[in-house]
Design a protein around this ligand. Structure first.
Ligand code: SIN
Length: 299
């Protein structure tokens, strides 16, 4: 879905190199960045049909295929830092989520980061009142939609590939994404202000089709999985740097004002989105939320 110079694009290219080297060229990997083959609407279906073998959608996009539990990653102000994210992705809760994928004929092979999301629009977004009346593009996640509503904005679900144009045409007024996505999609050409809210996490799960996975020779499955795990670890190492570099490039481009929040502003945003947690608990059941809170408390 995203550009090659993002954590996901770089990890996909690393995976290609590792698999091709280690198999002596016997196994080829083709990487299609920038939604060249499929978009948010049809990539999962393409995977289920076997038209592609691996996809790495954002965790926010699993709700629409009948796995709303994944939307817990979208809860605003849930994670203090990436260590907190690891307590979920590398712990029993993360495994339990991946184990739900066979329900849809899919196999989950692992998680990796992009990073924390920032808010953009043609005005600073520092206080809940700043969002009132704005049409904000969101991914197909009911949690993210609820977050925007709690802030007084109107969520508009759009495919990632349509977002840049929709911003430029004024179909939507703003959006949220980590800076690497914002920069590589040239959203800065359509948005005058980026507010460093760090309000939510954007990560991915790599998924494959169960038929494809089981059809591989066991030795090839091991080779591919090993290369993938190394590529995901690589993505996690570089994700922060990619977002920092994108922010630096954005500052240099000078198109977009960049705002930091003070602690009072951050706290008021956090308070405003509190109801979103209870709404998700009602949909997926309080057990998930209890397990989530417990996992986050573990040092
Ligand atoms: C992605 O990083 O894959 C896309 C995220 C989005 O749709 O906002």
């Amino acid at each position: 879905m995203v550009a090659e110079e993002t954590p996901k694009g770089l990890a996909a290219n690393r995976f290609k190199v590792l698999v091709e080297q280690r198999s002596g060229g016997r196994i080829g990997v083709q990487v299609f960045p920038n939604g060249q083959l499929y978009g948010d609407h049809d990539e999962m279906q393409a995977l289920e049909l076997g038209a592609v073998d691996l996809v790495a959608p954002s965790l926010s996009k699993f709700g629409r295929i009948g796995l709303p539990e994944f939307e817990l990653f979208d809860l605003p102000f849930l994670f203090d830092d990436l260590n907190a994210v690891r307590r979920i992705t590398q712990g029993p809760l993360g495994q339990k989520l991946l184990q739900a994928l066979p329900r849809q004929g899919l196999v989950g092979l692992g998680y990796f980061d992009n990073g924390f999301k920032q808010m953009s629009a043609n005005r600073p977004l520092l206080e809940p009142g700043d969002f009132v009346g704005l049409r904000m593009r969101v991914q197909a996640s009911r949690v993210i939609a609820a977050q925007m509503r709690a802030l007084g904005a109107q969520p508009v679900t759009l495919a990632f590939s349509e977002t840049r144009l929709a911003l430029a045409a004024g179909v939507v007024d703003g959006t949220e994404n980590p800076v690497s996505n914002f920069w590589t999609q040239a959203m800065h050409e359509a948005q005058t202000d980026l507010s460093l809210t760090n309000h939510g996490y954007l990560g991915y799960a790599v998924v494959t089709n169960e038929r494809f996975w089981q059809h591989l020779q066991p030795a090839d499955r091991t080779l591919i999985n090993q290369a993938l795990q190394e590529s995901l670890a690589f993505a996690n190492q570089i994700a922060d740097t990619q977002n920092d570099q994108a922010l630096q490039a954005l500052r240099q481009a000078g198109t977009t004002r960049i705002h930091s929040l003070n602690s009072g502003q951050r706290e008021r945003l956090r308070q405003a989105v509190q109801p979103v947690q209870q709404q998700l608990a009602r949909r997926i059941g309080p057990r998930w939320m209890k397990d989530l809170q417990q996992a986050l408390r573990q040092a």
